[in-house]
Design a protein around this ligand. Sequence first.
Ligand SMILES: Nc1ncnc2c1ncn2[C@@H]1O[C@H](COP(=O)(O)OP(=O)(O)O)[C@@H](O)[C@H]1O
Ligand SMILES: Nc1ccn([C@@H]2O[C@H](COP(=O)(O)OP(=O)(O)O)[C@@H](O)[C@H]2O)c(=O)n1
Ligand SMILES: [Mg+2]
Length: 210
Amino acid sequence: MVDTKPVVFFVLGGPGSGKGTQCAKMVDQYGFAHLSAGDLLREEVILLFHFISLIDQKQRDSGSETAQLINQYIVEGKIVPVEITCQLLKKGMEKKGWAEKRFLIDGFPRNQDNFDGWDRVMGDLVEVPFVLFFDADEETMINRIMERSKTSGRNDDNIESLKKRFDTFKKETMPIVDLFDSNGKTQKINALRTIDEVFEDVKKAFEPYL
Ligand SMILES: Nc1ncnc2c1ncn2[C@@H]1O[C@H](COP(=O)(O)OP(=O)(O)O)[C@@H](O)[C@H]1O
Ligand SMILES: Nc1ccn([C@@H]2O[C@H](COP(=O)(O)OP(=O)(O)O)[C@@H](O)[C@H]2O)c(=O)n1
Ligand SMILES: [Mg+2]
């Protein structure tokens, strides 16, 4: 039988390292499917709040509770429980077309809970050839996020939330990057150059899959 498992590449890096920017270029130029865990969580908050007036009282309470919980985690720079995030990713993959795609899953797995939850639900269903890791120093990332904050409208693109996000990144996400690395599955990209220069290295990493 032909193996039709989807291929998933995780994309990690600190806030502002350029994950979203580079994934968008892969979508434009090579037709990869891009799912950002952070974007899906922000959309879920909007969706739950938007539909709250249309549903019955019981669903309304649980919907607004979930929306508030996600929002609180985001502002505090903490990682939302994987049950929520993994379900959004799985639904997102199904929506894009399950089997034929090369998926870029951006901002995930960000901690051990994300890693374990994914493994339980998705481990046997997909292949993960490697993790793309965008390496940048904190000063560069802070400058990029503060610039992005002028237009992003995100409630975590401010210096207080950003400090917490860096803390979470160092304590919880870097061990996951190191874990993949110890299995020879981390492709590290120097994210300090121009967008186009970084993209040249991204393309090289994906060469066998283009
Ligand atoms: N190589 C780069 N050089 C300069 N600015 C960049 C670069 N890559 C991304 N940016 C800018 O930095 C900000 C953060 O990029 P983004 O892709 O949203 O990062 P992430 O998803 O990792 O948080 C955006 O405003 C983006 O336009
Ligand atoms: N796997 C994930 C990804 C994001 N998030 C939350 O969403 C926030 C924003 O994530 P993001 O990936 O959009 O942020 P950037 O690194 O792209 O700036 C994180 O700080 C977390 O609070 C999460 O809880 N779990
Ligand atoms: Mg992003």
